[in-house]
Design a binder for this molecule. Structure first.
Ligand code: PGA
Length: 254
């Protein structure tokens, strides 16, 4: 049985000005030390303009992730941020394929595949998101939908490369709605995703961390963590304040 380290990643989305982000970074020292001491990884994903300040002010053990990147190193891509830019400010993680970016910014699994390859070539960690809409869920088509996202996003990667990824399963109907998936639904889909990855790379799939996301809060995170295939959480709204973030860590530690 692979020992996968639990991971809490706060997705700040388009929240916090740089001064607000700095407050969080300055105030999270004790809780990050507690988490590390308990053997869990913790991180946040601020907006681009906050990354450098959070990196500078937070304890070095706090993972600081971007929320997107471009797959090209440089060039005429107005409004985009490249991997070398992120690397220079010390960022090693990037969230890709979040459902909000898929919906509002035309991010596709094919595009994510290019970005995943570019990140891995730079020894960075992609956090690849997948998840179905309410319509797909109600039609009972979650598994085939998510399988396609996983197979396309991970196409052409070696087993060693896939093992370095973090996957986040976030049913769209549970994001920001307060309507979280039950732990059984989350486990069922995440176990299925692990099976799909096993089909691609074999037993190394046991090393891949798969997170649940969608209305995770201090009060319900422990339920998800009790499930064998769920390795942590990608949390939006409840990751924004120091108090709530601390509650998430405590819930995760159990
Ligand atoms: P939420 O967002 O926790 O606010 O539902 C999760 C996410 O979109 O990553």
């Amino acid at each position: 049985m692979a020992m996968r380290k639990k991971l809490l990643l706060g997705n700040w989305k388009m929240n916090k000005t740089p001064s607000e982000a700095k407050e969080f970074a300055k105030g999270c020292g004790e809780m990050v030390a507690y988490a590390v001491n308990k053997g869990i990884d913790v991180g946040v994903a601020p907006t681009f303009v906050c990354l450098e300040a959070v990196k500078a002010l937070a304890p070095k053990d706090l993972i600081v992730s971007a929320q997107n990147c471009n797959e090209n190193d440089h060039g005429a891509f107005t409004g985009e941020i490249s991997i070398p830019m992120l690397k220079e400010v010390g960022i090693g993680w990037v969230i890709l394929g979040h459902s909000e970016r898929r919906e509002y910014n035309g991010e596709t699994s094919e595009k994510c595949n290019l970005k995943i390859k570019a990140l891995l070539a730079n020894n960075m960690v992609p956090v690849y998101c997948c998840g179905e809409s309410l319509e797909t869920f109600e039609a009972g088509k979650t598994k085939e939908f998510v399988e396609e996202q996983i197979k396309t996003g991970l196409a052409g990667l070696s087993a060693e490369e896939v093992a370095k990824l973090v996957i986040a399963y976030e049913p769209i109907w549970a994001i920001g709605t307060g309507k979280s998936a039950t732990k059984e639904i989350a486990e069922d889909t995440i176990g299925f995703i692990r099976g799909v990855i096993k089909g691609l790379i074999g037993e190394k799939a046991e090393d891949v961390r798969i997170l649940y996301g969608g209305s995770v809060k201090p009060g319900n995170i422990a339920e998800y963590m009790s499930m064998p295939d769920i390795d942590g959480a990608l949390v939006g709204g409840a990751s924004l304040t120091l108090d709530s973030y601390k509650g998430l860590i405590e819930g995760l530690v159990g």
